[in-house]
Ligand binder design. Structure first.
Ligand code: AMP
Ligand code: ZN
Length: 113
């Protein structure tokens, strides 16, 4: 069976999708860590940032552009936001389909936990 995020991208599993195009999909995270917490994923199944190769660089760069579009759409472009991509155990990755978290609507602290 396809991974959870592949199923969301294929509309086989419900999610609050806020944006989609031919190579990326964005939807609200089920556990809201901030007033705006949206995940941007490539339609292509890539396990995580460690598995990105040269042929995927354009698709991965596109995720950042999509995040900027969504930030404007969600009204957090001016106040600012944080993009996070976790890799592996120490990175805190729990879903093994590459995704960029967009976090906004509150002041983020640094360093992250
Ligand atoms: P990470 O821990 O960086 O791998 O992030 C995975 C994120 O996916 C977590 O913030 C989860 O809350 C979120 N998540 C897991 N399953 C779903 C789902 N079915 N719909 C939306 N978000 C999900
Ligand atoms: Zn997947």
């Amino acid at each position: 069976m396809a991974c959870v995020f592949c199923q969301i991208a294929a509309h086989e599993l419900d999610a609050r999708i806020v944006y989609e195009d031919e190579s990326a999909v964005a939807f609200y995270d089920i556990l809201q860590a901030a007033p705006v917490h949206i995940l941007v994923i490539p339609r292509q199944h890539i396990t995580g940032p460690l598995d990105v190769d040269g042929t995927q660089e354009q698709a991965i760069g596109h995720l950042i552009a999509v995040a900027a579009h969504i930030a404007r759409q969600e009204g957090i472009a001016e106040s600012g936001y944080r993009l996070v991509t976790n890799q592996g155990r120490d990175g805190g990755q729990s879903v093994f389909h590459l995704h960029v978290h967009i976090l906004g609507g509150r002041r983020m602290s640094w360093p992250p936990g």
